[in-house]
Design a binder for this molecule. Structure first.
Ligand code: GTP
Ligand code: MG
Length: 445
């Protein structure tokens, strides 16, 4: 339990009808009473005058008192709802500080809620995601995580892992038993089930991450293929210069769009070719660097050139590739989706817009938006990294079972997988990790 009391303006800076100063900690009730004479009944709004040390009126408004442990942080919490002007709010905050409160760090209220077991780590992160969400879907997914759906699935996995670990360790502790526990096939079967469950969790979490962070599309291709035209079409603006001179684009161009709530970062790049022009060379160098950021590369080519001549470096990338067969108005082809060998391809006209709907559908499906409508939850790279490590450990354990049946190694990998999943909800977490997570929150949260 923290011994100090923290205070912050919980509403955004600037002018507003209402502004809220929030206090949390052992002295919250005492400080609150000093400001407004009496707090009223717990959890009921009371109209009060807020006064400074000399008894002058700072503001008037509502006060709310949430006694510990029935509060957001689990400590005594007092909220003053006053008028939302920066000066009034600051006077009220300074008064709290003069009475012994300390200014809260970003995310400190949520950190205390976590410390007092009001929320687990994934739920605390979901609060920040909900506040920052850029689309309705992202907000819905953050809310699901906040309500504990993500944590529940992680917990269920941790419990199954623990049970299996106990079984393997028991088998190791009683090697003289008649039955060889490790050879009855049960461990392999449960490992297989766990791997399936963890894989489905990883898919859902990855889709959640895409909805939170957005999909990054890099538009690449030979000069004049119509890359900038495609950016303009998707962004519905004339952001990029389009000419019939090959080598028009040199700088990297970025646009942010939303496709039915899916956030998409578009990056237009210089056409890839050998060039003697130092400016174009620099553009091409930057284009190649931008490829590293991509979740999906759109390789644009002119239908009149027949087959796409994909740049060798682009082909070598370990990033999904979508071919865009452009300028179909010139080839008299219908727009649509087809497969080009193992690669998906969409035929469209960046200039006239035919086929844009097909591209939208592809991108939404690629991000998993349609399936997410009901069940997704917000997740972060940190969660995915932990899930990946747990999955690798389970794969190792499975191989060990099949090859050497070395129970100690299997038990160690199971323990490791359990710890990795525990990091998601914060059951097991290092202090620096907590510091990193909460410091990215806004003040007052
Ligand atoms: N007919 C037709 N022309 C197109 C289409 N898309 C692009 N163009 C034309 O092709 C030319 C090149 O288009 P850009 O969008 O500048 O091509 P780019 O790939 O960005 O070219 P660089 O920046 O030079 O690499 C322009 O004259 C466009 O108007 C299309 O779908 N149909
Ligand atoms: Mg261009």
């Amino acid at each position: 339990m923290n011994s100090d009391t923290i205070a912050a303006i919980a509403t955004p800076p600037g002018f507003g009808g209402i502004g809220i100063v929030r206090l949390s900690g052992v002295d919250a009730a005492h400080i609150g009473t000093a400001i407004c004479a009496s707090l009223g009944k717990p959890r009921e709004a009371a109209f009060r005058v807020f006064r400074d040390a000399q008894g002058r009126v700072i503001d008037e408004g509502l006060v709310l008192f949430f006694p510990a442990p029935s509060s957001f942080t689990g400590e005594h919490v007092v909220e003053f709802q006053g008028h939302g002007g920066p000066i009034v709010m600051d006077m009220l905050l300074q008064r709290c500080v003069a009475l012994g409160a300390r200014l809260a760090r970003p995310g400190e209220f949520s950190e205390r809620a976590f410390m007092n077991d009001k929320l687990d780590l994934a739920q605390a992160e979901a609060i920040a995601d909900l506040i920052e969400s850029g689309s309705t879907q992202a907000a819905r997914m953050a809310m699901r995580s906040l309500r504990g759906e993500f944590s529940c699935r992680v917990h269920a996995l941790v419990e199954e892992l623990t049970a299996l670990r106990v079984y393997v360790e028991a088998a190791l502790d009683f090697p003289d038993e008649d039955i060889d526990f490790l050879s009855d096939g049960r461990v392999e079967q449960q490992l297989g089930e766990l791997l399936q469950a963890i894989e489905s969790l990883r898919l859902a979490a990855d889709q959640g991450r895409v909805m939170r962070e957005g999909l990054t599309l890099v538009i690449a291709g030979l000069p004049n293929a119509g890359k900038s035209s495609l950016l303009n079409l998707l962004a519905r603006t004339d952001a990029a210069i389009v000419t019939d001179i090959p080598g028009t684009t040199r700088d990297i161009l970025r646009e942010f769009i939303q496709i039915d709530g899916l956030p998409v970062h578009l990056i237009d790049t210089a056409g890839l070719r050998d060039s003697d022009n130092p400016i174009e060379q620099e553009g091409i160098r930057r284009a190649r660097m931008a490829l590293d950021e991509a979740d999906l590369v759109l390789w644009v080519y002119d239908c009149r050139s027949g087959l796409p001549r994909i740049d060798a470096a682009v082909r070598a990338l370990d990033i999904p590739l979508l071919l865009i067969r452009n300028k179909i108005d010139r080839c008299d082809e219908p727009p649509g989706r087809r497969e080009h060998g193992i690669l998906p391809e969409i035929a469209l006209s960046a200039k006239q817009g035919a086929g844009l709907d097909v591209l939208h559908d592809f991108l939404k499906r690629h991000a998993g938006v349609s399936e997410l409508a009901e069940g997704g939850f917000s997740a972060r790279r940190r969660h995915l990294a932990a899930i990946d490590k747990a999955e690798q450990a389970l794969n190792r354990a499975t191989n060990t079972m099949l090859e050497t049946r070395a129970g100690e190694l299997v038990a160690a990998d199971l323990l490791y997988a359990q710890q990795m999943l525990g990091e998601i909800t914060g059951e097991i977490s290092a202090d620096d990790l907590l510091g990193e997570i909460f410091s990215s929150f806004c003040i007052g949260k």
